[in-house]
Design a protein. Structure first.
Length: 517
């Protein structure tokens, strides 16, 4: 690791970090209203150009940051989303030794390979080839990329702690966790055996979709550094003119993209986290073709169900339940201002369900994240960061097509078709009962002190002459605990709250009758 490289990178990054600090403070203070958006875009373009000049690792970093609403203002996200993973391919004579080292002599493994790369990316490059007359594509790691990645990551680890001294504490908090997540992800992307496994799992999970194509892997022609798949050509999903020329229904296409990717997210444990336009094509019959499974997200069942709760609460226009779900997902710090966040979410929900279809789409949901997350220091878990990346890229695809589309309706249909609404309500009930139990525990915990206070302030003679009043005291404490717990519960579940409060009154009545008998 060269000291000169560290110094060079630091002085390239420092000006854009200082500009970001100023922009971020202003954006949070004004909530993004009445600001000079072009000034933000200008600074965002400086970041984009700086990352391109620094090479493959920083291009990946820019792509990663393009979905981090907890770190960047909205104009930065939109500008960095334009960052394409398109790097000139290395000459074939440098790639050939990698293929032969992993698979053996090329002329024995392949009928032929076209030496001009089909595409070049920051970490790998792709070639056309044939096996037994069948068209395939070969994805090969860029020569020397592993060493380059390790050196640049060491530089980032050295620079980041110094650079973060120039930013506000909230950004410092989010950025530190982000780097660890980014390092883990980029290492996963360089392991093609892992990508092959991801592809096969997702292919199995969405096999019931007859309008989605996932290329098959040639296992005998693949390794950690080489991945060979069937060649499935199509029209790039953002090529509006070519799609129209083929008579493809673009409104249905946008709906299909959302259904496929959000079903992956909400039904299965693994989802494609990098659906940029270069990774999605469309066949002549309108089927989606999904490429590149190097970046995937994984959700454990508990997180998945909490995310379903979040979406259902948004669909049902319920800000308190939305905040509860966000909090359970770890998106908010303990000291968050509930009333402020609920008001922000209520405004966003009105937009999602309002009268202007062009303003109520996924953008409204992402604006919730951008405007509430920027207010509070927190670490966005890796899987939720990948989820946000996925949703923001899909939003970009929707914007390209400009069709009549309502995300809320599609989301509701997914939850219904996948039988997820029942799961969400069960989780909501479990959550409500847990809150209820905690409220009772908290109230009962003060019962000994309450009894002591009453004992000390009552005549010993009165207590001895009417022993059954102790039973009444116990009943009062129990019914009070249930009543208070139910009152807390009422804010998130009015039905259970009312049942609990009525139950408390019944218990009190029983103890009163017992006292009189």
């Amino acid at each position: 690791m060269s000291t000169l490289r560290i110094i060079s990178v630091f002085f390239k990054l420092l000006p854009i970090i200082l500009a970001l600090r100023k922009d971020r403070r202003e954006w949070v203070k004004t909530e993004g209203k009445n600001v000079d958006v072009e000034k933000y875009r200008k600074n965002a373009k400086r970041i984009l150009n700086t990352f391109i000049s620094l090479g493959p690792v920083y291009i990946k970093l820019g792509q990663w940051l393009s979905s981090r609403a907890d770190i960047l203002p909205q104009p930065y996200l939109e500008e960095l989303a334009k960052l394409q993973d398109d790097v000139p391919a290395a000459p074939f004579e440098k790639v050939k030794p990698i293929i032969e080292k992993e698979l053996g002599p090329i002329n024995q493994k392949f009928d032929s390979i076209e030496e001009n790369a089909l595409s070049g990316a920051s970490l790998g490059q792709v070639y056309h080839a044939k096996i037994n007359g069948q068209a395939v594509v070969i994805k090969v790691k860029r020569p020397g990329i592993e060493k380059m990645v390790e050196e640049d990551l060491k530089v980032l680890k050295k620079i980041l702690p110094i650079a973060l001294k120039f930013v506000d504490p909230n950004l410092r908090f989010s950025a530190s966790g982000m780097l660890a997540q980014f390092i883990e992800t980029i290492h996963e992307e360089m392991d093609y055996t892992l990508e092959s496994s991801n592809l096969k799992k997702i292919k199995e999970n969405i096999a019931h979709y007859d309008n989605v194509i996932v290329p098959s892997v040639y296992d005998d022609h693949s390794s950690k550094s080489v991945l060979t798949m069937e060649y499935v050509p199509g029209i790039k999903i953002t090529n509006v003119e070519a799609l129209d020329a083929k008579g493809i229904d673009r409104q249905k296409l946008v709906i299909d993209v959302h259904k496929v990717f959000f079903t992956m997210l909400l039904r299965h444990s693994i989802f494609h986290a990098d659906p940029h336009p270069g990774n999605i094509s469309v066949s002549d019959d309108g089927s989606l073709i999904l490429y590149d499974y190097g970046m995937v997200g994984r959700l454990d069942n508990e997180t998945r169900l909490r995310l379903i709760r979040l979406y259902l609460a948004l669909i049902e226009k319920d800000p308190p339940r939305t905040v509860n779900a966000m909090n359970d997902l770890g998106m908010l710090m303990p000291e968050f201002n509930r009333s402020v966040i609920e008001r922000a979410i209520e405004m966003a929900i009105r937009g999602m369900h309002g009268r202007k279809p062009s303003e109520m789409e996924v953008k409204a949901l992402l604006e919730i994240a951008n405007k509430t997350m920027s207010r509070f220091p927190f670490i966005l878990p890796k899987n939720l960061a990948l989820y946000m990346r996925m949703t923001s890229i899909i939003e970009g695809i929707y914007k390209t097509h400009k069709v009549d589309f309502k995300f809320v309706n599609v989301l509701k249909k997914i939850l219904e078709e996948e039988n997820l609404i029942k799961d969400a309500y069960i989780e909501e009930l479990k959550y409500s009962f847990q809150r209820f139990a905690k409220s009772i525990d908290a109230t009962i915990s003060i019962a000994p002190e309450l009894k002591k206070f009453i004992d000390e302030n009552r005549s010993l003679q009165l207590l001895n002459s009417k022993p059954k009043s102790n039973a009444l005291l116990s009943g009062s404490i129990l019914s009070s605990a249930i009543f208070v717990g139910s009152a807390f519960l009422y804010s998130s579940n009015d039905v259970l709250g009312i049942i609990g409060m009525v139950g408390a009154l019944i218990i009190m009545g029983i103890f009163t009758i017992f006292r009189k008998s």
